[in-house]
Design a protein around this ligand. Structure first.
Ligand code: SAH
Length: 408
């Protein structure tokens, strides 16, 4: 590629020309046989997690009990305990006959993960959890209290196969897909912790219910690469209590690197979750390197799919854009992004710039505040609603892109 290949023809006189190339330092990005960054779509085969009530529809739950030689009608009682009281402790289920209670609970509510560690910050308003799954795989979730809402950032895979060089999770590759119940259990466990009073205090006059109100699939993993389990989990999250968590679909955000066929499928589900596309560059030259999956689906295809998601659901979509110093934060890129979004209509999209959280030992850094402001100014001047994402939990490695799940 010629040295000036990343310079746009429209760059105005006096604009910064420094262009840092995506490169990795201190670790080796895995490459496939074709020499390109490796993309792992298939989950490595590992022992399956135990089947749990949250993997199953209400009918399947009853059938499962029958299979285990247990009374089918108990499924509803177990679901009520799990989804509304956040418990899987037989001792707390006094409405179930003591004889056979253990067996029932073990049958439908097997333990899926153990808490390895908990880190709190922001005066207790942010808690990061490190969980160990049945096979030793580690995942994290981050719980955040805001005025009027409680958000949980959940993982959908142990590790991630998308190999984005600036993301801590991507550097270790994909361990395995999480089951639907492992995804849902992160929410139930967080609700239990909130009920125990461990999340920072309520604001005076606050009336929000004390449970997770918003979910973002922005923890470890690429949710759309684990499509069926993601959707089972989402259906359980939105199913009315006591069959599910009774959450609002619009309060659930699915974030993706841009797996276009899966975005189309998601649009057809008729479950209006909020959709976020991790774009990070408006030009294929740069995005090919920042988001390796761009070798399959280009910027324009990903944006067309995002627009089609809006058309199908009426939900305004988010474009995520990690601002990386001298890499993707140039004024012309803000202009090009605005142009590409406006070319697809108005009022359908907003942009969330995220100051980069550098991964350990990384040569990449966040953009200077003045550069960030200029980036936002240009988008807003072009009529694109833009909100800089706050990065909670930085000092506990709980912020966007920092989740790496090690026990060290
Ligand atoms: N695989 C999904 C969800 C993962 S992470 C996706 O890519 O959308 C959620 C967001 O954090 C994504 O937009 C991701 O690109 C961003 N992110 C990853 N590493 C980051 C870092 N080091 N600093 C800031 N944001 C980062």
């Amino acid at each position: 590629m010629p040295a000036d290949a990343l310079l746009p023809p429209t760059r105005t006189a006096g604009e910064r020309t420094v262009q840092v190339r995506p490169a990795t330092e201190g670790w080796q990005q895995q490459r496939g046989a074709d020499g390109r960054p490796l993309l792992q779509f298939a989950s490595p085969k590992r022992g399956k997690p135990p089947v749990h009530l949250a993997d199953l529809t209400p009918e399947e739950r009853r059938a499962r009990l029958v299979e285990l030689g247990l009374p089918a009608f108990r499924a509803g009682q177990l679901a009520r305990h799990y989804f509304t009281r956040y418990t899987d402790d037989p001792a707390a289920m006094t409405d179930l006959p003591a004889a056979g209670r253990e067996e029932l609970v073990r049958g439908l509510l097997p333990e899926l993960m153990t808490e390895v560690r908990r880190f709190a910050t922001d005066r207790g308003d942010t808690i990061k959890f490190l969980w160990k799954l049945h096979d030793g795989a580690l995942v994290e979730s981050v719980l955040m209290r805001y005025p009027g809402r409680i958000t949980l950032c959940v993982s959908s895979q142990a590790g991630c196969g998308m190999n984005c060089p600036f993301c801590a999770t991507g550097q270790a590759g994909l361990t395995r897909n999480m089951s639907a119940a492992e995804i849902v259990d992160q929410v139930v466990r967080a609700n239990r912790v909130i009920a125990e009073g461990a999340l920072g205090g309520k604001r005076p006059g606050e009336t929000t219910p004390e449970r997770v109100s918003n979910i973002v699939f922005m923890g470890m993993g690429e949710p759309l690469a684990n499509y069926n389990r993601l959707m089972t989990a989402v259906r359980t999250m939105v199913a009315p209590a006591p069959e599910g968590l009774g959450m609002s679909a619009r309060h659930i955000t699915v974030s993706t690197v841009g797996l276009v066929p899966a975005i189309k499928k998601l649009a057809d589900e008729k479950i209006p979750v909020t959709f976020a596309l991790s774009l990070h560059a408006p030009d294929d030259h740069l995005r090919d390197e920042l988001i390796p999956v761009n070798s399959r689906w280009k910027v324009d295809e990903a944006l067309d799919a995002a627009r089609a998601y809006f058309d199908a659901t009426g939900r305004r979509v988010s474009i995520e854009y990690a601002l990386i110093k001298d890499m993707n934060d140039h004024g012309w890129r803000a202009d090009l992004l605005a142009e590409k979004l406006n070319a697809r209509g108005h009022g359908w999209v907003h942009v969330n710039p995220i100051p980069l959280n550098p991964t350990p030992g990384s040569i990449w850094t966040a953009s200077e505040p003045a550069v960030q402001q200029e980036f936002v100014r240009r988008l807003e001047a072009a009529g694109i609603p833009t909100t800089i994402r706050d990065t909670r939990g930085k000092e506990i490695d709980g912020a966007c892109g920092q989740l790496a799940a090690t026990e060290a």
